[in-house]
Design a protein around this ligand. Structure first.
Ligand code: BGC
Ligand code: BGC
Length: 610
């Protein structure tokens, strides 16, 4: 009896202890859970499988055209506009109205979950007329100025937010190792150190101090992993290196971007040793989400999962199981691999247990968490108070500063530069001297960019020179360089015409025949001349460099050509440094800092001053 009492007392006590302990633990845990996690769990618990999968969709605006009610019908999580996806009015107001129209559908969904809208704001809010257009990343890389790059990204964020949009597909932290690659200009340079420091700066600039701030937008480090390392610089190609090399060259930028708080990362089209990144569980889940503790949204590239397997269902299975949280889908209903197919097929896969529910829940939680952190449930629509500073003078001043600091002086014989503002007669030559489209490059209003004036606002070099010189100076312009008259000095502005991904890969990076002819014409005049080169990468210039008195690599500076005049006329000194080793010949490419027999035309980090 006594023993029994003791036993039951012990039992009783242990039950109390155990239940106290066990009930205490979840209580403590839930206390530790942030209020956002609670909101996420609560919302998730109310969602149907179909609604969850809807959140994992990022549909393109062209795909939604005529089907806008699908946004609420499927509770779509995100919408993007691809580089060539158009609306009629591409002014800031036009985009903001369009955004609000889409959002009004999203908040009509059963659980009223707002969508987040992504855009390739890769050098300013470059799909919008009147936006300030910054230098492409290759130019920003030459500035080596993280503070300035953060400031520039802050401005881009303000302009993106002014149009309602939530998310920039930037920074591109590719480490471009072969100049044949047409996306070289989207990369800060060939050294991972640049991706690390400057990429992190852009992340901070976009996201601001708090994600819920009215000018904060989501950053997106891209493209994971090894996009800049493909063999022969082939776009969407194969990066053939061992894992230590892959990590050494291409991973540091991601570690830094995650540390800087990037909320999203985009997976790359490229393969690593023959395996497409979108199906690589080791890198997407073990390395990125495990080792580097990335807890944001992992988004696919444009229809990129479609390249994985022969049928869409298997591609979905493979990529979601590999760790993808959101899928960028450009196809409209009626075309293969559209967003309705995606929802139907992933639902099947979940019901067949081929994609675990835990994986879907994890993806949706990541998406919802970001949405709560942005406070988009409270403020789903465009903040119209941001409109007055869109493309403002103040914003342009910062872009102009970026341009000044991005210029790299390669040669300056007889102190040809700086040019006196009181010079009697200055001639300009070359097609790019008065072409803002060439100045901006790809990803500007159009996907591939376009020669000529399509951005509205900004200054070409010719206009900038006219604004800079004294009223007595004669400024003339001869496109082909044959009419330079009595010029004391000639500025020849030549270089690449716009291109972007898929269309920018080149086997030959010599200047075009037309550009060579312009330079030859100027040379015949016997006048001293300076070449200003607009290009998305180093080009093969040995001969032109020899002949010119001075030579400036200006990259793709964007809308503020005035920054070029600032330096050419000596108001500011050159400070830019090469982010790429400048190759002598095509045969020499790839040539990168740290190579064994390193003998480029100009070394990484080169840049003269006055
Ligand atoms: C590019 C990405 C871009 C996406 C959306 C893709 O083709 O590789 O850099 O963000 O399209 O336009
Ligand atoms: C889109 C781009 C996209 C590209 C890739 C284009 O039509 O506008 O945004 O990156 O296709 O295929």
């Amino acid at each position: 009896m006594k023993n029994l009492t003791i036993l039951s007392t012990i039992l009783f006590l242990s039950v109390i202890l155990f239940s106290a302990f066990s009930s205490d633990r979840p209580a403590k845990k839930s206390k530790q859970k942030s209020s956002i996690d609670k909101k996420v769990d609560d919302l998730l618990s109310q969602m149907t499988l179909e609604e969850k999968i809807g959140q994992m969709v990022q549909a393109d605006i062209d795909a939604l055209k005529g089907h806008y009610e699908d946004i609420e019908k499927y509770s779509l999580g995100s919408i993007l506009c691809g580089g060539d996806s158009e609306i009629d009015d591409v002014s800031a107001k036009g985009w903001a109205d369009f955004y609000d129209m889409l959002q009004s559908h999203a908040v009509k969904s059963r659980l009223k979950i707002p969508m987040i809208y992504g855009v390739d704001a890769v050098h300013g809010h470059n799909n919008v007329t009147g936006a300030v257009v910054f230098p492409q990343n290759i130019g920003l890389g030459a500035t080596r100025n993280a503070k300035l790059i953060e400031k520039a990204a802050r401005i881009t964020a303000e302009e993106v937010a002014a149009t309602g949009m939530d998310w920039a597909f930037a920074p591109c932290i590719a480490v471009a190792r072969n100049e044949r690659w047409g996306r070289t200009y989207e990369s800060f340079g060939e050294d991972p150190e640049l991706a690390k420091t400057l990429g992190a700066a852009q992340v901070k600039g976009f996201q601001g101090k708090k994600l819920s701030g009215n000018t904060s937008i989501l950053a997106c480090a891209k493209h994971f992993l090894g996009d800049g390392g493909t063999t022969d610089g082939k776009d969407q190609g194969n990066t053939e290196v061992d894992e230590p090399t892959l990590r050494k060259l291409h991973l540091p930028g991601y570690a830094a971007a995650i540390k800087a708080g990037t909320k999203t990362i985009m997976v790359s089209y490229n393969s690593w040793n023959g395996v497409k990144m979108h199906g690589n569980k080791h890198l997407l889940t073990d390395v990125l989400k495990g080792e580097l503790k990335f807890n944001g949204i992992l988004v696919s590239d444009w229809a990129a999962i479609d390249q994985l397997e022969k049928d869409y269902k298997s591609s979905i299975e493979k990529s979601i199981n590999a760790g993808l949280d959101m899928v960028m889908i450009p196809n409209p209903p009626g075309k293969a691999n559209n967003y309705v197919d995606f929802i139907t097929l992933l639902k099947e896969l979940a019901n067949e247990n081929k994609v675990p529910m835990s994986r879907i829940d994890d993806a949706v939680k990541r998406i919802l968490r970001v949405k709560f952190e942005m406070n988009i449930f409270e403020n789903p629509f465009t903040d119209r108070t941001l409109m007055p500073t869109f493309g403002s003078k103040e914003h342009r001043q910062v872009a102009r500063e970026c341009v000044r600091q991005s210029l790299v002086l390669l040669k300056n014989e007889n102190k040809t530069l700086p040019i006196s503002k009181k010079v009697k007669n200055i001639a300009l030559a070359g097609t790019s001297a008065d072409d803002i489209g060439n100045q901006c490059g790809g990803w500007t209003i159009n996907w591939q960019g376009k020669s000529g004036d399509n951005i509205s606002g900004g200054t070409t070099v010719l206009q900038a020179v006219k604004n800079a010189v004294s009223i007595n100076t004669v400024v003339s312009y001869s496109k082909d360089g044959s009419q330079v008259g009595d010029a004391d000095v000639v500025l020849v502005v030549v270089g690449e015409t716009p291109y972007a991904e898929m269309k920018g890969d080149r086997e030959d990076l010599s200047l075009s025949k037309e550009d060579v002819a312009v330079i030859e014409n100027v040379k015949k005049s016997g006048k001293p001349y300076v070449v200003v080169l607009f290009s998305g990468r180093p080009m093969i210039i040995e001969q032109q460099l020899k002949d010119a008195k001075a030579f400036v690599a200006a990259w793709l500076p964007g809308s503020e050509g005035a920054g070029i005049a600032d330096v050419l006329f000596g108001d500011f000194n050159f400070t830019g440094k090469l982010g790429h080793s400048w190759p002598k010949t095509m045969e020499q490419i790839p040539v990168n800092v740290g190579d064994k027999n390193y003998a480029p035309l100009f070394k990484y980090g080169f840049g003269l001053k006055y």
